[in-house]
Design a protein around this ligand. Sequence first.
Ligand SMILES: [Zn+2]
Length: 453
Amino acid sequence: MKKIERRAIMCLLLAGALVIGLGIFCYKYITDGSDWAVFTANKQIYNNKGQLCVGTVRDANKKVLLANRKTKMKFSKDSEIRKALVHTTGDKSGNITTGVNRVFASKMSGYNILTGTYSMEGKGRTINLTVDSSICVAANEALDGRSGTVGVYNYQTGDIICLVSSPNFDPKNPPDYDSAPSGAYINHFFSSVFTPGSIFKLVTAAASIETKSDYASWEYTCTGSDDYGSTDRVTCQEAHGTVNLRQALADSCNCYFGRLSQQLGPDLLEQYTKKAGLTRSLDINGVATKAGRFEFPKSGINLAWTGIGQYMDLVNPCSMMVYMGAIANGGKAVYPKILDKVTFSSGIPASFPGKQKTEQMIEEHTASVLKKMMRNNVEDHYGKENFPDLAICAKSGTAEVGKDKRPNAWFVGFLNDDAHPYAFIVLIEQGGFGSQVAGSVANKVLQEVVDKY
Ligand SMILES: [Zn+2]
């Protein structure tokens, strides 16, 4: 009897282990099944070079950017399109981590949980992106070989219509990975962080508008330099005289923003940097952006430089562009997306990504005050004539990046125009003076956008 009892217990234990094992397998199958299916050893969807051999990628105007076929990855016939969009399509060896073949492999293969990749419709599925290849080519031409990035997105729908990172290359004739120009295989828009310089003054200004009852009238007299102790000094390009917040933002007065940062203190600056979304990573249809990094010293010169956008400040271009969208859109933008929809090879939609709004990044009133100030920057300083017929609101930045190096040039902002609700960011690494160098790139790209949309 005892023998039967022991055997029965053993059987029960085995049955229990089977149920638990099956449960774990089902859970892993549901959560990780798409990763298993696109594992590079799957000969059904990868060719003998290890390249995805199914799926087609089109831009916003249905222009084919990439077609994955059995023998090779077929890129656009136009070399300018290939270069301008290489950080979106990716390269043949898969070194660009933001390339569609890495990010959307399971979507292109047509993977689903019931039939895996078995039911693939011949050539796989079509990925329709939001980017417009002709706008990207215009942006790449405006960058003219200089390192940097240009991004433009619709802050009401979330569609990224322009995304260019430079240096770039022709994916048909890729440079050797080790001897490629520095940064050629990195998508600066999603995957890099940079010293923001004066574009960060918008965050310091937002903290002031929301927490200082005298934010509009508080003034500081700039003599061109401001001493913090016997050796430390904040300097401006010139003496700006007595300025309030609006004038200080237009003049980009470091001395004013240094003293304002002392009044606000590190905790408020940190709170508003986080609220602006600059310290976290965004998920752009599966691409994780690099999170910005900051330190907030308790007081003194380092706190001053932090509020000016220097010291240890580092921002990601895509996150900063979303903050521009929030200012344009009453304090809340729509998160950017690059994927419009996925279709079967027959053209029937297989899925649509939804749109998701950000949390309130700044109060509606603050957004409206900043919007007016950013328009004043253009009228008072950058010159309306440099942006013909554009309802542009902007802030320039000239970020110091070390001795013997030219500063990084930034120009960020948005169109205050319901027919063209676009936010933008332009960065030219070691480009020189922000509003002139990066501002002219922004104008060229936005003129194309307004002409076309
Ligand atoms: Zn000044």
